[in-house]
Design a binder for this molecule. Structure first.
Ligand code: ATP
Ligand code: MG
Length: 561
C-alpha cells in the first residue's frame, strides 16, 4: 500500500520498541494514524510525522488512518481538509480510513455522561478567568471549584441543557474531576466540554457544545483501535490525562502514546499560526508560495515526494529537540534530481552573441545528451543559428587572469556545440554593452578533428531564433536569520528576507520548454534545477528554480566563519 521506505533507514527507539512488542505477541498488527487539525496546510514538520506513522504500520503489517482532529469549528475549513488529503496522497501514502473526530461527537458525549454518572465530572458555572486563577502553579496546588461537589444528577441535568442549547457560550463548562493538587497541572480538573454556538464544517448546527482537544484525541484513537499514538513531545505532559480518561471510560481499546521530538528547520518557521499570518497578511503568495515550508509550497518549488521522504528518513526520530539545517532538505532534493532530471539549456540574463562566420539564415541541429550519466534518457537535437544568447555573467570585458569564460580575444566552448572566440565588443553611444561579435571554429564541433580541443571554459547558450521567452523565479531563504521566532520581543515577520524572490522577466529557454507542464523537472545546465510553475503556459512560460546545483549557503557560511 505505502511506498517502501526510501533509504536504508536508520533505526530508532520507536521502531525498536514496536518490534519488541510485536515479537512478544503483544500486537498482531500495528495501527497508527496521522491526526491533523484542518486549520491550515501541512508543512514539512507534518511530513516527518506522516512518514513515521505510515512506515511503522507498513513495517509491522498494519495500516494508518487519516484522522481530522476537527473539534474546534472556529478555525477549521473544508478547503484545508481537501488540501491535506491532496498532500498526503502526493507524498505517496494511502490511508486505510478517512476519519473525523466529529464523527465521534455522539460517542464522546455519551462518554462524558458516563463520567458524570460515575462522579468523575461536574459542570462548573465559573467563568474562564476564575477557573484559570484556581489552577495554581507549578509550585502551588490549585483550589477546588465551589461546584466540584455538586450531585451527579445536577451536573447531568445541566450538561443535557448545555447540549440542548439552553445556555449561552461561556455560561458553564464540563470538567473532569481528578485532583486539584496533582503535580501535573493537566490533571487539575481539566475542562472537557465548552459551549460554543457555532456551526461546524461537518456537523453543521447539530452541536453547540464541543469537546476539548484532550477529551477528543485519546478517545478517538481508542475508538479506531489505534495501537500506537505517535505524537510530538509537547503531549508528554498530557499522557497522564489521556491514560486517566482511557481508564475511566468504556472505550473499546487502549492505545499507547509514544512521543518524539518535532522537526525544526533553520531559516523558516514551522508553526501553523505563523504560517497562517504569512498568508493572511500577504507576505507570501498563498499557502503554496514556493518559499513556504508547506508541502504545497515545496511541491510548487519543485520538491519531489521522494526527496521529502528521503529527508524525513535521514533526519531520524529521537526524543531530543534539534534544528536541522535548511541545506539538508535541499541536498535531498538535489540528490534526487541529479539522478533523474533531464538536462536542458537556458539563459537567465541574456547577452546577444553574433557568430560572424555562421551563414545567415542557416540552422544547424546539434546532438545533445539528455543526461550525461544516464544513456537511457537518450538525446535530443538542439538548433543553433547565427545569433545566440549567452549568460551575461559569462562575459567580462576586464577579466581577471583566472576568468575562464568569455573575454575579449578569449575562447570558450559552447556546450554541445563548438568553440567560439570573442573578436569584438559592441556598445551603444552611452557605452552600454549591446552584443558580442564572435567567430566559431568549424573544426571544433563534434565529429571534426578539433572536437576534443581543450579550452578552459564551457558555457551554455540558446539559439536566438528558436529561444522561448520565459519568466524565471529564483528563490532564497524566506528569513534572514536562522531562528526567526527566537526573540519573543521581535515580531518574526521583521526577519523576512526582502530578497527571497527574484523575478527574471526575460530569460531565454531552449525550444520545447514552452510545452513543459507543472510536475516536470529539469536541470538547466550550470544553473540548477527548475520546474514549470502551475501558472506556466505555452504563451507565457514561467519556471521556478527548485534548488541550485551546489549549496551556495554552505560556502557562504564557511567563508563567514
Ligand atoms: P503547528 O504546531 O504547526 O500548529 P500542530 O501540531 O498544531 O502544528 P496538527 O495538525 O495538530 O498541527 O498536527 C498533526 C500531527 O503532526 C500531530 O501529530 C503533530 O504532532 C505532528 N506535527 C506537527 N508539527 C510537527 C513537527 N514540526 N514535527 C513533527 N511532527 C509534527
Ligand atoms: Mg496540534
Amino acid at each position: 500500500m505505502s511506498p517502501p521506505e526510501p533509504l536504508e533507514s536508520p533505526t530508532h527507539f520507536i521502531r525498536t520498541r514496536i518490534r519488541k512488542e510485536v515479537e512478544s505477541g503483544q500486537y498482531e498488527q500495528v495501527v497508527t494514524r496521522f491526526p491533523p487539525e484542518p486549520n491550515g496546510y501541512l508543512h514539512i514538520g507534518h511530513a516527518k510525522s506522516i512518514v513515521l506513522n505510515f512506515a511503522m504500520a507498513a513495517e509491522f503489517g498494519g495500516y494508518t488512518n487519516l484522522r481530522f482532529d476537527d473539534t474546534n469549528p472556529a478555525r477549521e475549513e473544508q478547503r484545508f481538509i481537501d488540501a491535506i488529503k491532496e498532500d498526503v496522497s502526493w507524498l505517496g501514502y494511502r490511508w486505510q480510513n478517512e476519519c473525523h473526530a466529529s464523527d465521534y461527537f455522539e460517542t464522546l458525549y455519551e462518554y462524558a455522561l458516563s463520567l458524570i454518572d460515575n462522579g468523575l465530572a461536574y459542570v462548573d458555572e465559573q467563568d474562564g478567568d476564575r477557573i484559570r486563577e484556581q489552577r495554581g502553579s507549578l509550585t502551588e496546588p490549585g483550589t477546588n471549584s465551589p461546584y466540584r461537589d455538586r450531585s451527579a444528577a445536577e451536573s447531568r441535568e445541566l450538561f443535557e441543557r448545555m447540549r440542548a442549547g439552553d445556555l449561552a457560550d461561556g455560561a458553564c463548562v464540563l470538567r473532569a474531576k481528578i485532583d486539584m493538587a496533582a503535580p501535573n497541572i493537566n490533571l487539575r480538573d481539566p475542562v472537557i466540554y465548552r459551549i460554543r454556538h457555532q456551526s461546524h464544517p461537518r456537523t453543521g448546527n447539530d452541536w453547540c457544545i464541543y469537546p476539548s482537544y484532550d477529551f477528543a484525541h485519546g478517545q478517538s484513537d481508542a475508538i479506531e483501535h489505534i495501537t500506537h499514538s505517535l505524537c510530538t513531545l509537547e503531549f508528554e505532559d498530557h499522557r497522564p490525562l489521556y491514560d486517566w480518561l482511557i481508564e475511566h471510560l468504556p472505550v473499546p481499546s487502549r492505545p499507547i502514546q509514544i512521543e518524539f521530538a518535532r522537526l525544526n528547520i533553520d531559516f523558516t518557521v514551522l508553526s501553523k499560526r505563523r504560517l497562517t499570518r504569512l498568508v493572511e497578511e500577504g507576505y507570501v503568495d498563498g499557502w503554496d508560495d514556493p518559499r513556504m515550508p508547506t508541502l504545497a509550497g515545496l511541491r510548487r518549488r519543485g520538491f519531489t515526494p521522494q526527496a521529502i521522504r528521503n529527508f524525513c528518513t535521514e533526519i531520524g526520530v529521537t526524543k531530543s529537540e534539534s534544528v536541522i539545517p535548511y541545506g539538508v532538505l535541499e541536498r535531498n532534493l538535489r540528490d534526487d534530481l541529479n539522478a533523474r532530471a533531464p538536462r536542458r539549456m537556458a539563459v537567465l540574463r541574456p547577452l546577444k552573441v553574433v557568430l560572424t562566420n555562421f551563414p545567415e539564415g542557416e540552422i544547424e541541429w546539434l546532438e545533445a545528451a539528455n543526461h550525461p550519466q544516464d544513456p537511457e534518457q537518450g538525446s535530443r537535437k538542439v538548433p543553433i543559428s547565427r545569433e545566440i544568447w549567452i549568460e551575461h555573467d559569462d562575459f567580462m570585458e576586464q577579466a581577471p587572469r583566472k576568468f575562464f569564460r568569455l573575454k575579449p580575444g578569449g575562447e570558450v566552448r559552447l556546450r554541445n556545440a563548438f568553440i567560439i572566440q570573442c573578436n569584438e565588443v559592441i556598445k551603444d553611444s552611452a557605452g552600454n554593452l549591446v552584443e558580442l561579435h564572435c567567430s566559431f571554429d568549424t573544426e571544433s564541433r563534434s565529429g571534426q578533428p578539433g572536437a576534443d580541443r581543450k579550452v578552459k571554459g564551457t558555457i551554455h547558450w540558446v539559439s536566438a531564433l528558436h529561444a522561448v521567452e520565459a519568466e524565471v523565479r529564483l528563490y532564497d531563504r524566506l528569513f534572514r536569520v536562522p531562528n526567526p521566532s527566537a526573540n519573543k520581543e521581535v515580531d518574526f515577520v521583521e526577519h523576512i528576507n526582502p530578497d527571497s524572490l527574484e523575478t527574471l522577466a526575460d530569460a531565454r529557454l531552449e525550444p520545447g520548454l514552452d510545452q513543459a507542464v507543472a510536475g516536470q523537472l529539469f536541470q538547466f545546465e550550470r544553473l540548477g534545477y527548475f520546474v514549470p510553475d502551475p501558472a506556466t503556459s505555452p504563451e507565457q512560460p514561467v519556471f521556478n528554480r527548485a534548488v541550485t546545483l551546489r549549496d551556495t549557503w554552505a560556502k557562504l557560511e564557511k567563508a563567514l566563519a
